[in-house]
Design a protein around this ligand. Structure first.
Ligand code: FAD
Ligand code: NAD
Length: 475
């Protein structure tokens, strides 16, 4: 017999599982089908984010940053630890434990909310039927009034440097290294390249990053990108811009990457290479015969601003649709759709989705960059204040970087906040909240900030938009 639900979600990552849970919170019957499989064949909910992305990468970033601090910063605090030794097996074990706890937590949440968590493959059939194939290969017919597609994304492969899972790996493969490569190549100086390049650099690898574009971090505010490039260079990340990789020759002990840059033909010998040149939407095996789901040229499922596809009562959310490939964007979309299905008014404010790069210093921003404002002819004022004079940053021995606030010259509304510095990923939350409520720079100026905190730099930057900063020179 065909089991029927109010809502079936295909995909159990940060877009899918919150959608199923929210649907259940509305009293709707819901199932969440997820096909994630780990290297050892085990299955777990949570998608890329929990199993292979946000969470394991942040665990390794945290551990490797502690290694760096013990090595380079503890002495300044008067702490002598002698030779710092890395136990990579323990580091990986800790990371795996965090992933296990969090993915297990999702399974519990699904159960507690009475969502049917179904591990296996989901295929959309006409009239909102879904074929669910369980891990034993048995197919089951399900039906739902509403179907939410949340099938996520997968790494883009370069034809000239195909993944072999050994020497040429994607981000997930590089999070599983069992030894620190002496020489590591990274193709792509995007978010993954910088985060994972930082992890292995701090653990002792010689890291060379090959980036095809001539500009560094073009999506970030120019001033932040410039400062970031300076800081990464200081840390020993060798970032080569305008480098177009044409081939990889794998040998017994390593590989040679051939690339061209402004100087001509070049080659780079490395032990391993991480290819992180972006991700593409994943929809393989999703649509059964007779299901004509519209996709754009890049393979994203076409949706409107409420994540409705062209098919009746079929929705799509997260990495498989347009917009930034970020876990929090995915979750907001999933929850919005579940609310809409339940008849509530809901939307995602795409103008204030924060971006964070978890390097050291961290980089975070929300809203528009200086380039974007200039291009659209908006007149704006800038308040930029360094972390240097901030007491908390000094106490942390982490005083590099700055906060930069861009506000409308006429209305004073905050249009963009760009941070490079300690805990930027946490600090940006205040800016997101301010912008969600269309705060002015003056609103932030009049908000009391505890002392001594890093957030005082945000406050000073707001003051600086009007030349009123106290602890920094107003330019
Ligand atoms: P996914 O997480 O990819 O989940 C989709 C799920 O659907 C998967 O489990 C997949 O197996 C399943 N699936 C696919 N097809 C089917 C099918 N037919 N039937 C059943 N199941 C199916 N984002 C951040 O915001 N912050 C970060 O710090 C961050 N760090 C990252 C680090 C790395 C190394 C990577 C790779 C990504 C990172 N991201 C980060 C991006 C983030 O992981 C994604 O934006 C997020 O996971 C997207 O969620 P999703 O639910 O749309 O897709
Ligand atoms: P990305 O788009 O951030 O960066 C890819 C980089 O590779 C770009 O700089 C691009 O110019 C470069 N590139 C493309 N083709 C190339 C080539 N042939 N040779 C050399 N360089 C090339 O993509 P990513 O770093 O792979 O990350 C994928 C997605 O995952 C991103 O959308 C990102 O938002 C998400 N992610 C987010 C976080 C976070 O929020 N902290 C962390 C990791 C990943």
């Amino acid at each position: 017999m065909k089991k029927t639900y109010d809502v079936i979600v295909i995909g159990g990552g940060p877009a899918g599982y919150p959608a199923a849970i929210r649907a259940a919170q509305h009293g709707l019957s819901a199932a969440c089908i997820d096909d994630w499989q780990n290297y050892d064949g085990s299955r777990s909910f949570g998608g890329t984010c929990l199993n292979a992305g946000c969470i394991p990468s942040k665990a390794m970033l945290e551990s490797s940053e502690l290694v760096h601090r013990a090595h380079d910063e503890f002495a300044a605090h008067g702490i002598n630890v002698g030779k710092v030794e890395v136990d990579l097996a323990q580091m990986q074990k800790r990371k795996a434990g965090i992933v296990r706890q969090l993915t297990g937590g999702i399974e519990m949440l699904l159960k507690a909310n009475k969502v049917d968590g179904l591990q296996g493959h989901g295929r959309l059939l006409p009239d909102n039927e879904v074929e669910y194939t369980d891990p034993e290969g048995k197919a089951h017919k399900l039906k739902a009034r509403d179907v939410i597609i949340a099938t996520g994304s997968t790494p883009i492969e370069l034809p000239s440097v195909p993944f072999d899972g050994e020497r040429i790996v994607d981000s997930w493969g590089s999070l599983e290294f069992t030894e620190v490569p002496a020489k590591l190549g990274v193709i792509g100086a995007g978010v993954i390249g910088l985060e994972l390049g930082s992890v292995w650099r701090r653990l002792g690898a010689e890291v060379t990053v090959l980036e095809a574009l001539d500009s560094f971090l073009p999506m970030a505010d120019k001033a932040v990108a410039r400062e970031a490039q300076k800081q990464f260079k200081k840390q020993g990340l060798d970032i080569r811009l305008g480098a177009k990789v044409s081939a990889a020759e794998v040998g017994d002990t390593g590989l040679t990457l051939s690339y061209t840059d402004a100087q001509g033909e070049q080659s780079l010998e490395v032990d391993r290479v991480i290819v992180c040149v972006g991700r593409r939407p994943y929809t393989e095996g999703l649509c059964g015969e007779g299901v004509a789901l519209a996709m754009d040229k890049r393979g994203f499922i076409e949706v409107d601003e409420h994540c409705r596809t062209a098919l009746d009562r079929v929705w799509a959310v997260g990495d498989c649709v347009r917009g930034p490939m970020l876990a929090h964007k995915a979750t907001e979309e999933g929850v919005m759709v579940a609310d809409l299905i339940a008849g509530e008014v809901a939307e995602v404010n795409y103008d204030v989705i924060p971006s964070v790069i978890y390097t050291a210093p961290e980089i975070a921003w929300v809203g528009r960059t200086e380039q974007q404002l200039a291009d659209s002819g908006v007149e704006f004022k800038v308040g930029q204040v360094p972390f240097g004079p901030n007491g908390r940053a000094k106490a942390m021995e982490q005083a590099a970087g700055f906060v930069r606030i861009l506000a409308d010259k006429a209305s004073d509304e905050i249009l963009g906040v760009h941070i490079i510095g300690p805990m930027a990923g946490e600090l940006i939350a205040e800016a997101v909240l301010a912008m969600e409520y269309q705060a002015s720079a003056e609103d932030l100026q009049r908000t009391v900030h505890a002392h001594p905190t890093l957030a005082e730099v945000l406050h000073e930057a707001a003051l600086a938009t009007d030349g009123k900063a106290i602890h920094a020179l107003n330019k």
